[in-house]
Design a protein around this ligand. Structure first.
Ligand code: APR
Ligand code: PHB
Length: 392
């Protein structure tokens, strides 16, 4: 088989890249290690920046997103029993939209299959070859049969645990990594959301977040240990933690209990691999970087990367040279580091760290009070949260 771009990974990065390349007349094949049901069922974050919604809309894959997504004009910050609303729309003129990552993935898969374009699930033992040459290739096994795809370009969109980043010689990659001493225990529950907007809470017991997937489906998180044993968290203990951490002084709890239909632990990490290109292999999304989920940026960063990659590859195949491809990593990393900074900042402001000496508590509360009391600080939060402008 031969194609122009071999895309490894059918997450938001790989699938959206395929769609953006299709619109520019560039051929590609998408290879995914897991089966379709697994990819479509994987529960991840679910908040889209305004720019991400616009990108999906321009790509013609946002019909259901506009029907089912929940647009939010603000968010709530809760600490010391107080509630403070940040009016994102009034400050920035933009809003964010709640729509599960796996719904974005489902829409992109449905579109690609409806268009009759190649998307191969259950590709086993995917490997990349000759990435430093102008004729790289990908091999894998499909139902036990060995397959080979010759390409001009390989896009490594295979997530944090994929094989593409590892295919780059270690000496040609610089890794920046920070692992946090805490994680999130997340639940999906058949219950009306605590509020119609998201609530981010800082509490002496640890962070909590109340978000949602629909008017009747709540998604909630509580800070826990990185090696937390889920067996230690009965439903009653989870609800108790949510009631406590999201409490407002003198008011009854807004948290609505319901049947918990999914429970899981999300690790917290900041990670960047530089540069995001080696020869004809380009990394995009989680393959190149991870942010802690506090700023809700993972999927949005993946979308920002592939916007640039699609433009660079389209220019290359249109005979306009490699200048944009050469600039791909630099352009992406400019946004990535700003988003890393924001995600790290939100994380350290809202979580209980290792220290238990009262200093951290007071500094966090002072920061939150400053944030809620200053137009400039609120604007800083808001413009990062709704999404910084794109480089292209
Ligand atoms: N071969 C083929 N596919 C692979 C391989 C492999 N060796 N390894 C991993 N994959 C697939 C995974 O099964 C997954 O479907 O690559 C896909 C990567 O998708 P994501 O992990 O969703 O990463 P990305 O598309 O970059 O999206 C970033 O995902 O983890 C969240 O918070 C993150 O929201 C962000 C988003
Ligand atoms: C989610 O809805 O899952 C979500 C929202 C905001 C975050 C993280 C996760 O910061």
């Amino acid at each position: 088989m031969r194609t122009q771009v071999g895309i490894i990974g059918a997450g938001p990065a790989g699938l959206l890249l395929a769609r953006l390349l299709q619109a520019r007349g560039v051929d590609c094949v998408v290879l995914e290690a897991r089966d379709r049901a697994y990819v479509e069922g994987r529960i991840r974050a679910g908040l889209l920046e305004q720019g991400s919604v616009d990108t999906l809309t321009e790509a013609g894959v946002a019909e259901r997103l506009h029907r089912e997504g929940l647009a939010h004009d603000g968010l709530e910050l809760r600490f010391e029993g107080e509630n403070h609303r940040i009016d994102l729309a009034a400050i920035t003129g933009k809003r964010v939209t709640i729509y599960g990552q796996q719904e974005v993935v489902k829409d992109l898969i449905a579109q690609r299959l409806a268009d009759g374009l190649p998307l191969i699930f259950e590709a086993e033992g995917v490997a990349v070859h000759d990435i430093a040459s102008t004729r790289p290739s990908i091999t894998w096994r499909e139902n036990g049969t060995a397959r080979r795809l010759e390409c001009d370009i390989i896009a490594g969109c295979d997530g944090f645990h994929g094989i593409c980043r590892a295919a780059i010689p270690a000496a040609d990659l610089t890794i920046f990594d920070r692992i946090y001493p805490f994680a999130w225990l997340g639940i999906l529950a058949e219950a009306a959301p605590a509020s119609h907007e998201l609530i981010y809470a800082r509490h002496a017991d640890g962070f909590a977040l109340a978000t949602m997937r629909s008017e009747s489906l709540s998604r909630m998180y509580v800070q826990c240990a990185p090696d937390e044993d889920l067996a230690q968290w009965s439903d009653a203990r989870i609800w108790d933690a949510l009631h406590r951490r999201l409490a407002r002084t003198g008011l009854p709890s807004q948290v609505n209990e319901g049947r918990i239909i999914q429970k899981g632990v999300t690790a917290m990490r900041s990670f960047v691999a530089e540069p995001m290109r080696f020869g004809r292999l380009f990394l995009a999304g989680d393959a190149a970087h991870i942010v802690p989920p506090t700023g809700a940026k993972g999927m949005n960063l993946a979308i920002a990367d592939v916007r640039i990659l699609a433009a660079a590859l389209a220019a290359f195949f249109a005979g306009r040279g490699e200048a944009l491809m050469d600039d791909y990593s630099r352009l992406c990393l400019e946004r990535i580091w700003k988003v890393q900074r924001f995600s790290w900042w939100m994380t350290q402001m809202l979580h209980r760290g290792d220290m238990n000496d009262g200093f951290e508590h007071r500094v966090q509360v002072a920061e939150l009070r400053y944030l809620c009391g200053s137009d400039a600080a609120r604007a800083t939060l808001a413009e990062n949260y709704v999404g910084l402008p794109y480089a292209m």
